[in-house]
Design a protein around this ligand. Structure first.
Ligand SMILES: [Zn+2]
Length: 471
């Protein structure tokens, strides 16, 4: 909910103030002079005790009015664009997980299995395309379901490193801490060591990759994000101007116990929603309750989210019943189901249209975000440079409901293969043609899940890749 501020907002990093393991969010805010301060801080979970369930807590920064003006203007532009073009804008984000371990076998301890990492990518793609099947369980009010949005963001596992070598596991960069000369985890969230030694020493080009570091952080911290760098005048996220950080630290850090939906993921934060939430910050979203303690004056600078006193913990209901508080006293109630609240993973199930507008504005304008959609690191295969000029390949329809027609025009007769690759880097369809100079190949994807796919045409020496959307 957007509200009017009269107080001066002073934005600055408070990371050092939240590094103490048992510091509460209340202490963080009062140390910040202004409750409208908007800097991203780590997501905290209080230390578990034998009698108490851990609670999600966050220390991602808060924003100022300039950023909000930019966001609001950009939302208008996005709405105008959508209305005039009636074109679906789906942005794709290549992702790389830097798994920091201390020598454990793959699938053990810090060294998470590929299956667990892939389950996180699948979760992101479901949540950001509103394909998550748990949505209807927790969102039963028309007033909330009507504002729930498909954010039209997809994520794909990077297939090549920044130097062009093919990754053994798509989307995964396993790092033995000692091989970099680092001390072993755990690391203190937002600490200089984690920021300037670990992240800076392992970041991949943030104009082509979304960097996600997976390690153990002290204090039971779930994760934290770096806000985007927002150009002046970018509506509707002008409140975020000046909030971003350095390129070398751009990305998200997630605790290894809270990544993905299988393996070592720990309940109640074991459904991959920590990265859904942190990616939201990384794309320009604030906490839904406005980071104002329990008052009704704070804002997330989103017009359609209900006003909300403070963060929610656990799942206030199990059946989607209306939940109200002192700031929203009537139906449809507060939006504890929002990914930007602190609820348990199982009942965090939606973004709103207003939040989508901020995300889309950021993808269209933010520094190091605008180039991600055209990054080719998810589609370059086997070291062959893509888009060789002597192949023509057209694909229709795109988006498709299942049937694909791939028309190929080769200069010479040769063997070639058409592969359809999903966002996890897995080949889901393959068609081989021998001694052919092209023609139209029909591919049926009707039994595959909706989402983004890469269609790669490859011969012995040539390669071409195009991205398609299956609806
Ligand atoms: Zn947060």
């Amino acid at each position: 909910m957007k509200k009017i501020f009269t107080t001066l907002s002073i934005a600055f990093f408070v990371a050092s103030q939240i590094s103490a393991q048992n510091q509460s969010r209340h202490a963080i805010l009062t140390n910040n002079i202004s409750l409208q301060t908007t800097k991203a801080l780590p997501e905290l979970v209080e230390e578990a005790t034998s009698t108490e369930t851990p609670k999600r807590k966050c220390a991602t920064p808060i924003l100022d009015d300039a950023y909000e003006n930019w966001v609001q203007a950009e939302i208008k532009k996005q709405e105008q664009f959508a209305n005039s073009k009636k074109v679906s804008v789906v942005y794709n984000i290549p992702i790389i997980f830097h798994i920091i371990h201390t020598g454990q076998a793959v699938g053990t301890g810090y060294n998470l299995s590929l299956t667990q990492i892939n389950s996180q990518i699948t979760r992101l793609n479901a949540d950001y395309r509103k394909l998550n099947t748990d949505f209807s369980t927790y969102v039963t009010q028309t007033g909330l379901s009507s504002i729930a949005a498909d954010c039209e963001i997809t994520f794909c596992a990077a297939k090549v490193s920044p130097t062009g070598s093919v990754l053994a596991e798509p989307g995964v960069d396993r790092i033995l801490a000692s091989s970099k000369g680092w001390t072993n985890p755990p690391y203190t969230a937002s600490s200089s060591y984690l920021e300037n030694t670990v992240k800076t020493g392992s970041s991949w080009d943030p104009t082509r990759y979304f960097n996600v570091w997976v390690t153990e952080m002290g204090g039971g911290i779930l994760g934290y994000a770096q806000f985007p760098t927002v150009p002046n005048g970018t509506v509707p996220i002008t409140d975020m101007v000046g909030m971003g950080g350095a390129a070398a630290t751009d990305g998200v850090v997630v605790n290894y116990l809270n990544l993905g939906v299988s393996g070592s993921a720990n309940a109640p934060y074991n459904m991959g929603r920590t990265l859904t939430h942190e990616s939201g910050h990384w794309l320009g979203l604030l906490h839904i309750w406005g980071d104002d303690g329990t008052s009704c004056s704070g804002t997330d600078n989103v017009s359609d989210t209900p006003n909300q006193g403070s963060e929610n913990y656990t799942c206030p209901t199990t059946n989607g019943a209306v939940v109200t508080d002192g700031c929203t006293t009537t139906s449809p109630g507060v939006n504890y189901q929002n990914y930007m609240d602190y609820s348990d993973d199982k009942c965090m199930v939606m973004f709103t249209s207003g939040q989508k507008a901020r995300i889309q504005a950021c993808m269209a304008n933010c520094v190091r975000r605008t180039s991600l959609n055209t990054s080719t690191v998810c589609s370059v295969a086997n070291g062959i440079d893509e888009n060789t000029s002597t192949i023509e390949m057209t694909i229709f329809p795109n988006p498709t409901n299942g049937e694909l027609n791939v028309t190929v025009d080769l200069l010479n007769t040769q063997d070639f293969t058409i592969s359809v690759i999903n966002t996890l880097g897995q080949t889901v369809k393959e068609v081989k043609q021998t001694q052919s100079n092209g023609g139209t190949v029909k591919i049926d994807l009707s039994s595959n899940s909706a989402g983004v796919y890469f269609v790669t045409l490859k011969s012995k020496t040539l390669s071409k890749t195009k991205r398609i959307i299956l609806q």
